[in-house]
Design a protein. Structure first.
Length: 290
């Protein structure tokens, strides 16, 4: 806002990102996909916990544990964001509006910086307009965007071929599907669009220790510095960059980066490394088809 003609007296300076990066005090993020979010929101906590308890011998052999990130308000399981730090799409949207765009709203009504002399707008800036001529015209942006995300359908996978079918089988055999759970069923949601549906997200929505190689030192709720939510893989074939900070566009390299000192994915990565070149290619072709 500094320097704007309608913000006279505002002298807040931009953060010094270059210095923060030099001090290793900067953590980058790429956006998480928004499609299929209504299905994820409609998966019950009981379903997530039942899946967590399943395949216990396989998980023990691979060293996979996983734990949920729970809301400090009601104790329920959170599932949105790189560290599963948000419970619902409304909270997810409200946080993004405030933290990423600087727009106060009915979910996050306070300015993040309340330096005297900069309170030019009444807060919250995004709000329900009770004087609007219709309900649709009166709803807030956060409410509208939450509804938009809630009903965005996930992409359709590519048609199967021999390589994809073999890759899908290998994906399970080497242990990838233990965390990247192929499907979870939604609960008795209010909308029939997302009620009792199979969400083919390839995620258990749990946090897993990913080791020093992927750690960012940021704690959010029950997520520690090297904890990350299992990223859903649906739509992966349409992405250009992988991992939380987009550090690679090479899917094989992204798999290798799951291995580090004492992370939970070491067993599965080791199994991947033991595959033949042709089998590795089949396995890569499978998630690219999603």
């Amino acid at each position: 806002m500094t320097g704007r003609s309608d913000a006279a007296g505002c002298t807040i300076s931009q953060p010094d990102f270059a210095t923060a990066a030099a001090q290793n005090n900067l953590s980058l993020r790429i956006p998480t996909p928004l499609f299929g979010a209504g299905l994820i929101e409609s998966i019950s906590d009981a379903t997530i916990l039942a899946n967590k308890a399943s395949s216990a011998p396989v998980k023990a052999a691979l060293g996979i544990r996983g734990h949920e990130n729970r809301s400090g308000n009601d104790g329920t399981i959170m599932r949105f964001g790189w560290k599963a730090q948000n419970k619902s799409l409304t909270i997810f949207t409200g946080e993004a509006y405030n933290v990423e765009q600087g727009v106060t709203n009915e979910v996050f009504p306070a300015e993040r910086d309340e330096t005297p002399g900069r309170g030019f707008n009444q807060t919250p800036e995004d709000r329900t307009d009770a004087t609007a001529s219709s309900v649709l015209k009166g709803i807030s942006d956060v409410t509208a965007i939450s509804a938009f995300m809630r009903f965005l359908a996930p992409p359709r996978p590519a048609p199967d071929n021999a390589s994809i079918v073999n890759g899908r089988q290998l994906f399970t055999q080497i242990g990838c599907s233990v965390c990247h759970t192929p499907a979870l069923t939604t609960g008795n949601a209010s909308s029939p669009t997302v009620r009792n549906q199979s969400a083919n997200l390839y995620s258990d929505l749990l946090l897993h220790r990913m080791g020093a190689g992927l750690a960012d030192g940021v704690t959010q709720g029950d997520a520690q510095g090297d904890d990350w939510r299992t990223a859903p893989l649906w739509g992966l074939g349409q992405r250009l960059f992988y991992l939380h900070d987009g550090r690679t566009s090479d899917l094989t390299q992204a798999i290798q980066m799951h291995a580090s000192q004492n992370p939970e994915a070491n067993g599965a990565v080791g199994n991947f490394n033991g595959l033949s070149a042709a089998a590795k290619q089949d396995l890569i072709n499978f998630p690219r088809s999603l």
